[in-house]
Structures are given as C-alpha cells and as structure tokens.
Design a protein around this ligand. Structure first.
Ligand SMILES: Nc1ncnc2c1ncn2[C@@H]1O[C@H](COP(=O)(O)OP(=O)(O)OP(=O)(O)O)[C@@H](O)[C@H]1O
Ligand SMILES: [Mg+2]
Length: 316
C-alpha cells in the first residue's frame, strides 16, 4: 500500500532523510520509531504530499505520489505533529470544511462528517468551538479530519503527544480500532506505545533505517534458545571481557556504558536454557581471577533495549 524507495530529504546542509526505503502492506499497522530529530515527521510530511523530497519515489496504492499527486493525496489521511485547527470554528463546521477541501462531494459531506465524528467519539462536542476543547479532544478532531474523506492510509505523527494518561489509553484504543480497516503508519518515539499499537516497527535514526522487523524479532535477539544476563564486575575492562568471552555457554558479550568508573558492565547472551549453570561458572571464574562481582541480573528483553542497541546508544 505504501512503497517508499530511496527517499532523501535535505534542508540546506542538513540531511533529514538519507536513502530511506520501506513498504507497508495493505491493512498493516506499522510503527515509525526513532529518537527526536530522526526524520520521522519529515518522512510523514513527504508521504502526506506536504513536502517535496530531494530524491526518491513514493507509491501509494500503486499511485505515484509525485506524478499523480492529487489522486495519491486522496488516499491518505494525515495527522501532523501539531494539528493546525481553527479555534474559532465549531467541530462540525470545521470537519465539513475539511471534507470540502478534500474533495468530498457536497451530497456526501454531511454523512461523512457524522461518520468521522462517531468514530472519534466527538458527537457530544459537535457544536463546540475547537478552541474550547481539551487537548485530547482536539487530537480527536485532528483524527476525524484525517478520516473524513475515507482514506485507505492513515499517517499519524506522535498521536498521543501531550495527552494525559487516560487520553493516551483512549487514543491508542482508537488507533488500534482504525487499524482494522486502514493501513496505518504511526510515528512515535515512545517504544511502549508502538509495541501496544503495532505489529511491526521501522526504526529510524539520523535519517536512516537501522532496523525493520516484527516487534518480537526486534526484542533484542530474544531467541527462545538464549537468555540474557547483565553482569557488573570491578576489574580491568579488556581482561574482564576476554575472560567472559572465553566461557562455555556464553555466545556473545556486549559491553555497555557503566555509571561507575572501574566497573565493567556487560550483557551476556547465554546459549540454552541452562543459564543458571553458566551464571554460576561465570561468577566463579571472575572471583578466581581476583575481581569483584558487583551485580548479576537476568534481563527480560524489551523494545527499549533493542532500541538502544540498534541505534547504538548506550550499548557497545
Ligand atoms: N524545516 C526545516 N528546516 C531545517 N531543518 C529541519 C526542518 N524540519 C526538520 N529539520 C531537521 O531535520 C531533522 C529531522 O527532523 P524531523 O522533524 O523529521 O524529526 P523527528 O523524527 O520527527 O523528530 P521529533 O521526534 O523531535 O518529532 C532534524 O535534524 C531537524 O532539525
Ligand atoms: Mg517529529
């Protein structure tokens, strides 16, 4: 449904997107995950047809976004980071106006507006001025506006940003619900959010895709036949590492940035389910070498760690 190939965007000297390619199949809900400044909003703005890229191609449902811009734009509903809404308009008027701009025929407009309001639970505020709505409701108006022309693809930029915890839960529920009959690309820097809403994530950093996979697979090499152990040892880094690497059952040693000077922090990937034996043996060897074990903990893989590792922040 979404096919992006070799997309690049430079702002003057600044390269916001660098040769980005990915696809999103029809009906998929995909997270576009990355730290601040990664290029998420830039990519979404391009996909929504609001920003021309420096290079690359985008096809939406087979339609070339740049050659057949009008037709392609009809296919997408876009909720920008900061939804520009008109505070002086009542919700229903605003949506009707946006429907007209999106080319919804006059005869269908009323029905489409009611439909979008119903989906986003806006019926009770239909006559309220947008400026008087809470942030959560304003976000919903933004979503309703993106839905009003019945697009096949939804592009959502940080859809729960600035909402309170209850509104966040409601917004995620709504997005999941919309995912049943739309192709959705959700930009977010919140890992938990993406893992709750999406099946698959595309991870972007400094304008480049660093990983793209199902969330299970992204969960830090969490192969069912491996376990992860974090170990802190007071001792000389290089020697500690080489000792750990030499242990039977230790498949990989990833050194992490520790907080304390003189303490080496490593993440051990341990083969097999017999990790307690390996742990005992590792502790024994460290002590025999005359170093001190500061801590030892089993690590439950999660997206947060996967993210840090994939974006090269924190982990070795
Ligand atoms: N209009 C602009 N002019 C110049 N540089 C820009 C412009 N818009 C974005 N950038 C730069 O491009 C890079 C990517 O920005 P972008 O807004 O796409 O990131 P993002 O992933 O959405 O970040 P955030 O999580 O903070 O929303 C950043 O370095 C940003 O400073
Ligand atoms: Mg952004």
């Amino acid at each position: 449904m979404i096919a992006v190939s070799h997309l690049s965007k430079t702002y003057g000297e600044r390269r916001a997107l660098d040769d980005v390619s990915f696809t999103v199949a029809q009906g998929e809900v995909v997270g576009f995950l990355g730290p601040n400044g990664a290029g998420k909003s830039t990519a979404l703005r391009i996909l929504a047809g609001f920003l021309p890229p420096t290079a690359g191609e985008v096809r939406l449902g087979g339609v070339d976004l740049f050659r057949e811009a009008r037709a392609a734009r009809r296919l997408t509903g876009y909720v920008p980071e900061h939804t520009p809404l008109y505070p002086e308009l009542p919700v229903r008027w605003y949506l009707d106006h946006m429907a007209a701009l999106e080319g919804v025929p006059r005869g269908d407009r009323r029905r489409r507006v009611e439909e979008a309001m119903e989906r986003c639970c806006l019926a009770e505020v239909a006559g309220t001025f947008i400026g008087k709505l809470s942030k959560g409701y304003r976000r919903r108006v933004g979503l309703a506006q993106a839905l009003v022309h019945r697009p096949a693809v939804l592009l959502l930029d940080e859809p729960t940003d600035g909402l309170d915890p209850r509104q966040i839960v409601e917004a995620r529920e709504l997005i999941r619900e919309l995912g049943r009959d739309h192709t959705v690309l959700v930009a977010s820097h919140i890992l938990a959010e993406v893992s709750l809403i999406c099946r698959r994530a595309i991870i972007i950093q400094e304008g480049r895709i660093v990983a793209e996979d199902s969330l299970e697979h992204l969960g830090l090499s969490a192969r069912p036949d491996q376990t992860l152990v974090r170990l802190e040892v007071r001792g000389p880094a290089a020697e500690v590492r080489s000792l750990l690497e030499g242990q039977t059952g230790v498949a990989e040693v990833r050194q992490e940035t520790g907080e304390e000077p003189g303490v080496v922090r490593c993440l051990l990937v341990v083969e097999g389910r017999q990790d307690s034996l390996v742990r005992e043996q590792v502790v024994r060897r460290v002590v025999e070498a005359g170093w001190e074990v500061r801590s030892l903990a089993a690590v439950v893989p999660d997206l947060e760690q996967a993210f840090l590792r994939l974006t090269g922040d924190g982990a070795a």
